[in-house]
Design a protein around this ligand. Structure first.
Ligand code: XIL
Length: 317
């Protein structure tokens, strides 16, 4: 783990996994997750999202998030908290009401205040705003953007900063792993917030890659440096590398290279503080459900043996 503050893996609460129909040997899973020394950090994959934390207006429920957060505390894992404002896994009541500028601003304030207060002091970082950008670098339409315009981002960061002065505040998105319109727009968000005196501390590169076409080490290094130049730290927040099934030896080798490039780039650039796998065990990955025909994205196979990618990560660290 030279060069990184942490290397970790996200995990779901057992209840969430069961509801999703994901079964496995929990004893062996928990041993590797918490006791093996493989990971020093975790993120709850679902439990801190709006859908779970404020399912109805002003009705807060921290149960799911606490399962993972409490475990992290007990086992001494650093905690990344995910997330405060996102258009997906948003409680239906937020999506279905016709808000105006004033009341939607209050909704965001009244969500972030209790939510971030609840975990205050426990979060190394918060993903304050998740996935606000389109691939071409424009803002993504969402209930927040459609009503408030881009100012919802600054507002969310302001509220988060006022609640938890110690947590690092991140903008988090996918396809930020190589230079392009989207990475430039992320830098634009940082510069804009800073120009307005709003605190933002990090850019989270979700890092959901594909084995068969992945960026080069140089592209990763260049983009991470562009974030560092904007004055923020960087993290790989949801790393996985999916394969078009079947996972042949050849594709597993491409996957290894993809992991090695990206983790290696993070290790090389000082501003890149850490790596989080989006779970670590194939059967618990979100990939097959969302990308039909793709899978095997994590370094551990169903039978708990290692992908070649495991060695790629070790070589990079
Ligand atoms: C995913 C979870 O892993 C799944 O269990 C859930 O059904 C959908 O969301 N980007 C993010 C994460 O920021 O929150 C998403 O997590 C994956 C994509």
């Amino acid at each position: 783990q030279a060069g990184l503050k942490y290397f970790g893996a996200a995990t779901d609460s057992p209840g969430q996994r069961e509801r999703a129909g994901l079964e496995a040997s929990y004893a062996q899973y928990d041993e590797t997750m918490w006791k093996s020394g493989e990971f020093g950090q975790t993120t709850p994959t679902n439990g801190m999202k709006w859908l779970f934390t404020e399912p109805e207006q002003n009705v807060f429920n921290f149960t799911e998030g606490e399962i993972v957060a409490n475990k992290a505390k007990k086992e001494n894992h650093l905690l990344r908290c995910h997330n405060l404002v996102w258009h997906t896994q948003l409680a239906p009541w937020v999506k279905t009401t016709n808000w105006n500028n004033a009341n939607l601003t209050d909704i965001i304030t009244d969500h972030i205040n209790p939510d971030a207060s609840h975990w205050k002091g426990h979060c190394y970082a918060w993903d304050v705003v998740n996935e606000a950008l389109n691939e071409d670098g424009t803002y993504r339409p969402s209930v927040f953007y459609n009503v408030l315009g881009e100012d919802y981002i600054a507002h969310a960061f302001r509220v988060a900063a006022s609640v938890d002065p110690r947590a690092k505040l991140y903008y988090n998105d996918y396809n930020l792993e190589s230079p392009g319109n989207k990475s430039e727009a992320a830098v634009g968000i940082v510069r804009k917030l800073r120009a307005e005196g709003v605190r933002i501390d990090g850019i989270g590169m979700q890092a959901h890659l594909t084995a068969e076409s992945h960026p080069t080490l140089d592209q990763h290094v260049a983009v991470i440096k562009s974030y560092a130049d904007a004055g923020v730290e960087v993290a790989l927040t949801e790393l996985d590398v999916r394969i078009t099934l079947p996972a042949t030896a050849e594709k597993l080798e491409l996957q290894k290279q993809a992991y090695k490039n990206l983790v290696g780039a993070c290790v090389q650039v000082k501003a890149c503080v850490g790596v989080t796998l989006w779970d670590w065990y194939d059967p618990f990955s979100w990939v097959p459900a969302v990308f039909p025909g793709q899978g095997a994205p994590l370094p551990w196979f169903d039978n708990f043996t290692h992908h070649p990618a495991y060695d790629g990560i070790v070589e990079a660290l």
